[in-house]
Design a protein around this ligand. Structure first.
Ligand SMILES: CC(C)(COP(=O)(O)OP(=O)(O)OC[C@H]1O[C@@H](n2cnc3c(N)ncnc32)[C@H](O)[C@@H]1OP(=O)(O)O)[C@@H](O)C(=O)NCCC(=O)NCCS
Length: 166
């Protein structure tokens, strides 16, 4: 089977669109490529039907049927949480992660959210680089939070303020 990078050509434009429940099968596919414990399409469908849950898919304009990456978040009152973000490894480091997080931050700004939190594995260098670029700061740590191939690792809790006009 051809990888996504073989189906797109050159440096095509990326577009982000709101997630819909019929994206669930594509979300399951991309999530399974990114994480050891993938979530099922039914789990995505159920999450997307919950109050305050929203997200975006990133697609290449010349291959719009295929999800290159996605982000899922929850907004409760004025506080948000990133539930998951995943980009197909075949198209890492092409700006999809950044576009997805920018879409979430724009949405939270328009919803007048105050801040957004997330958890990241202490050894996840790529994700930490992405969040640092977006001005997330470390506000806590959950020791031995994740189970990995090499034992347990801690989660860093990161926060980013959504600056609202006064
Ligand atoms: C983290 C992840 C979403 C990043 O997606 P991506 O599309 O490759 O990221 P981008 O191309 O938008 O890069 C965003 C920034 O992060 C940096 N970055 C991305 N991958 C990196 C890596 N492997 N090492 C160092 N920096 C990296 C980029 O350099 C970029 O910064 P820049 O704009 O200064 O160049 C992707 O690696 C992924 O899906 N990982 C597996 C799932 C995961 O870990 N999710 C996060 C759980 S908390």
């Amino acid at each position: 089977m051809l990888g996504l990078s073989q189906l797109i050509f050159g440096r095509p434009e990326i577009m982000t669109q709101s997630l819909q429940s019929d994206d669930s099968v594509e979300l399951q596919r991309v999530h399974a490529l990114a994480f050891r414990h993938g979530w099922s399409a039914e789990e995505f469908q159920s999450l997307l039907s919950q109050d305050g849950v929203f997200g975006f898919a990133a697609r290449f304009k010349n291959k719009p049927a295929v999800v290159g990456g996605f982000v899922l978040a929850r907004l409760t009152l004025d506080e948000a949480e990133i539930l998951t973000i995943a980009v197909d490894p075949d198209v890492h480091k092409q700006g999809l992660g950044r576009e997805l997080m920018d879409a979430v931050l724009r949405h939270l700004y328009s919803e007048r959210a105050a801040d957004v939190f997330l958890e990241v594995d202490e050894f996840n260098i790529a994700a930490q680089a992405l969040y640092r670029r977006l001005n997330f700061i470390k506000v806590g740590e959950r020791p031995a939070y994740y189970e990995t191939e090499n034992g347990r690792s801690s989660a860093y809790v990161l926060r980013r303020e959504i600056k609202q006009p006064k």
